[in-house]
Design a protein around this ligand. Structure first.
Ligand SMILES: Nc1ncnc2c1ncn2[C@@H]1O[C@H](COP(=O)(O)OP(=O)(O)OP(=O)(O)O)[C@@H](O)[C@H]1O
Ligand SMILES: [Mg+2]
Length: 233
């Protein structure tokens, strides 16, 4: 349990309905500081839709999310997205240099990151000398590291990771996985990790939630959920 037992993220009847279909349906869950929670489920189950609701890229049609006990609809979206960082499957970097990408978030808040801070952030993801490199010249693993450093530049409390290693080969996958664990644990960050990869969920998460048709149909420890016969792919 986290500080004072207030969940960092609490969803209350969180739902998103498009037409007649619920992409996310009645999700009421709590995640505490420092936890890594994996969200698993088949393609189309609503995992990405859930993450997009959690930092309000999409609007709930019912229910809401509390961030540190505060209804997120009262938090300005830009602040919300600084505190709750989303990293997607393929790194969405802006054209330009690595440094431009890192400086972007702080600049939006009127903060100009000094060169040494950019370098320090890049060092955390193992890319110390990459500041002036053009993003079009990066490998997939490097680009994913830059998007992590860019998220960290915002000093988030929560990281939402949507299949962060699925586009990487085995070698860079385990590197990025280790890096993520180091950063999450080292910074006391809270993390919600969407993954198709059950072995990855086992390596990284302490709790797992299984989604089906927009609902969370099972939740528990990694062993409880991943060993239930329901989830055998
Ligand atoms: N904007 C939208 N309007 C209507 N339907 C949508 C929209 N976005 C997603 N969907 C549908 O909602 C369902 C859930 O999609 P979502 O992307 O959340 O699934 P997912 O669990 O992330 O799948 P995957 O593992 O393939 O990434 C899918 O059936 C998808 O086609
Ligand atoms: Mg998805």
């Amino acid at each position: 349990m986290g500080k004072d037992d207030i969940p960092i993220i609490e969803t209350r009847h969180l739902s998103r309905k498009v037409g007649e279909i619920y992409l996310v349906r009645d999700v009421s869950r709590r995640v505490f500081q420092g936890e890594i929670v994996a969200v698993v489920g088949q393609s189309g189950a609503g995992k990405s839709s859930l993450l997009r609701l959690l930092n309000r890229l999409d609007e709930p049609t019912e229910g809401t999310v509390l961030l540190d006990g505060v209804d997120y609809r009262t938090i300005p979206p830009r602040e919300l997205r600084r505190r709750v960082g989303l990293i997607m499957q393929s790194a969405y970097l802006f054209p330009g240099t690595v440094g431009d990408n890192i400086r972007f978030g702080p600049r939006q808040r009127g903060e100009d990151l000094p060169r040494k801070d950019v370098k320090a952030l890049l060092a955390r993801v193992g890319l110390s000398d990459f500041s002036d490199r053009d993003v079009s010249e990066l490998s997939g693993g490097e680009a994913q590291r830059v998007s992590l450093a860019r998220a960290l530049a915002n000093r988030p409390e929560v990281l939402l990771l949507d299949e962060p290693t699925s586009s990487l080969d085995e070698g860079s996958k385990s590197d990025v996985e280790e890096l993520l664990l180091e950063i999450i644990r080292g910074g006391g960050l809270t993390c919600i990790l969407v993954t198709h990869d059950l072995a990855q969920a086992m390596r990284m998460a302490s709790r797992v939630m299984l989604m089906e048709k927009g609902r969370i149909v099972q939740a528990g420890t990694v062993e409880e959920v991943l060993h239930a016969d329901k989830i055998v792919p």
